[in-house]
Design a protein around this ligand. Structure first.
Ligand code: ATP
Ligand code: MG
Length: 301
């Protein structure tokens, strides 16, 4: 199933936005839960080793088109490594993966043409304006010159970037994240990968971003694959979540299912703490991991 001619004209409908502070009910997608909907992302025993260390270990999962999926897990459990393989930036050591029907190793060009990617570290150039950042992205994606301006303006409007002529160094963290998502939207992707899109954002900026992501899925059936350390975010946004531990997928299901399992009802945060369990020597304990996490926090302000 292809959704040709995505158009990002018009910002999300503010009337449909639930006032902040109310219990947010963004709603799930019937399409993403329909067993006849094809998979937008499929991995089969995909692994990535660094030397003898397995960062991702025989990961098999499927995400239906139009779903919002979150990969969860402790620092160093393999989330970013998984995203880097699915976005063709890192070759798998073994196993296979398909994104929108294309193999990430055999057909990386077709995969890149269908995806948008917002990395964990802030990636917008602070010395360029918002518009210029998107313009560079449009050129990299080889958007025909005649279409560039429209596509950039639509993406800026959709993500609510009101000062595109301002240098990015003057943007707040929330605006930078929205700009980076706008940059990923210029190519009109069918699958959007977001690595910790709301890290370091205040609760208002975070909820604003949730609305934008929800709207992307509602209007264009875009499939969204994200990582987050905020369990509330995963509960609110996602049809399905997967938990990684030491590179292995240890749970997969809807937030409700995972919260119901075991002894009575738990929050997703309690499920996370249960799964993470005792400190593990390969997770989040190395100096490199600690340094990386602190650096990310500093950069997100
Ligand atoms: N290029 C690399 N070379 C060596 N080891 C790496 C490399 N990239 C990642 N790793 C290691 O692989 C493991 C998984 O890292 P990854 O960045 O995927 O974790 P993560 O789940 O995204 O963590 P976080 O929540 O902190 O972002 C970590 O132990 C990390 O140090
Ligand atoms: Mg990461």
């Amino acid at each position: 199933m292809r959704f040709e001619g995505l158009q990002f004209s018009g910002a999300p409908d503010k009337k449909r936005m639930v006032p902040l502070g109310d219990n947010l009910m963004l709603g799930l997608s019937p399409m993403a839960r329909d067993p006849s909907t094809p998979f937008a992302i499929e991995t089969q025993e995909i692994s990535r080793r660094f030397g003898s260390f397995r960062a991702v270990d025989r990961l098999t999962l499927q995400v239906r088109a139009g779903a919002i999926f979150a990969l969860l897990g402790p620092n160093g459990s393999g989330k970013t490594t998984t995203i880097r393989m699915l976005t063709t930036l890192l070759p798998p050591s073994s196993g296979s993966a398909r994104v929108d029907g294309h193999d990430v190793v055999r057909d990386p060009t077709a995969v890149r043409a269908r995806i948008g990617y917002v990395p964990q570290m802030l990636s917008a150039d602070p010395d360029l304006t918002g518009y210029e950042n998107l313009s560079i992205g449009a050129k990299l994606y080889r958007i025909p010159r005649a279409e560039r301006r429209d596509r950039i303006e639509q993406a800026l409007e959709f993500m609510g970037i009101e000062q595109p002529a301002e240098l990015v160094r003057h943007y707040s963290g929330g605006m930078i994240r929205r700009l980076e998502i706008a940059q990923a939207l210029v190519s009109q992707p069918r699958v959007l990968f977001l690595d910790e899109p709301t890290a370091g954002l205040d609760p208002v900026a975070r909820r604003t971003l949730w609305h934008h992501l929800h709207e992307l899925r509602e209007r264009w059936q875009m499939t969204i694959f994200l990582t987050t350390h905020y369990m509330e975010e995963a509960s609110e946004l996602c049809e399905t979540v997967g938990f990684l531990r030491s590179g292995r997928l240890v749970r997969l299901g809807s937030p409700e299912e995972l919260c119901r399992s075991g002894s009575g009802q738990r929050s997703l945060e309690e499920v996370f703490l249960d799964i993470a369990g005792e400190p593990h020597p390969s997770e989040g304990s190395s100096y490199a991991d600690a340094l990386r996490t602190r650096k990310a926090i500093r950069r997100h302000g």
